[in-house]
Design a protein around this ligand. Structure first.
Ligand code: GRF
Length: 221
């Protein structure tokens, strides 16, 4: 199914991109990926995109005199490919207000923490240091402030005794791969509405598909 035309911006491995590619391959998925752009020419995600037969290109930020010109090239490429929506999937460049305002309400990001906790980098290490018992990931609309913006969905995972950064990151990443396509689906179905700083979703219960959690563990013996 065609539907919402999505451009995906990446910088690296592209496992979230892969989750979106796989979701879009289902006949009833209401979105399609029209282009994948990486600011890092060596990003493994570009290979995943090409493997899936998608339009994929590098736009190297180092080739531009400033952030504004780089972002203008991004928007031009996205629009030339027919994108009317943007998914950031491990895109490691901070975006200027100008770019964000151009795509306001039409761009989402996935962040590896339960926002507003642990915005920015090293979220897993900081979660371990803080001693939280639940960690996870958040899909949110892109707003001018980094890792802020109305929350579309969250997935929580337990922090287990003996976890290190790698084991926790792997558990969160598996949750990311579930959450991101679910969020994109509901947006593409036109069921999300931003009301002030909240996202309201038609026809989805509070405990619905955009809230993934480990659930009660039950009494300990
Ligand atoms: C993910 O953890 C994502 O939440 C963060 O960067 C990582 C990207 O991983 N923004 P991948 O490139 O999707 O594998």
């Amino acid at each position: 199914m065609a539907g919402l035309k999505v451009g995906v911006l990446i910088s690296g491995r592209g496992s979230n991109l892969q989750a979106l590619i796989d979701a879009c391959a289902a006949a009833d998925f209401p979105a399609e990926i029209v282009t994948v752009i990486s600011n890092e020419p060596a990003a493994a995600g570009l290979g995943r995109a090409r493997q899936a037969g998608l339009d994929a290109r590098a736009i190297d930020h180092r080739d531009f005199a400033d952030r504004g010109r780089f972002e203008a090239a991004l928007t031009e490429a996205l629009e030339a490919a027919g994108a009317d929506f943007v998914c950031l999937a491990g895109f490691m460049r901070v975006l200027t207000d100008r770019f964000v305002r151009h795509w306001l309400g039409r761009a989402i990001n996935i962040h590896p923490a339960l926002l507003p906790s642990f915005p920015g980098t090293d979220s897993h290490a900081r979660a371990l240091t803080a001693g939280v018992k639940l960690h996870g990931c958040t899909v949110h609309y892109v707003w001018p402030e980094v890792d802020a913006g109305p929350i579309v969905g969250q997935a929580a995972v337990p922090v287990l005794t003996g976890d290190d950064e790698a084991s926790l990151a792997a558990r969160v990443l598996a949750a990311e791969h579930q959450l991101y396509p679910r969020c994109l689906r509901l947006i593409a179905e036109g069921r999300t509405r931003v009301v002030e700083n909240r996202v309201e979703i038609d026809g989805v219960a509070p405990s619905g598909p955009l809230l993934i959690h480990p659930g009660p563990a039950g009494p300990e013996s």
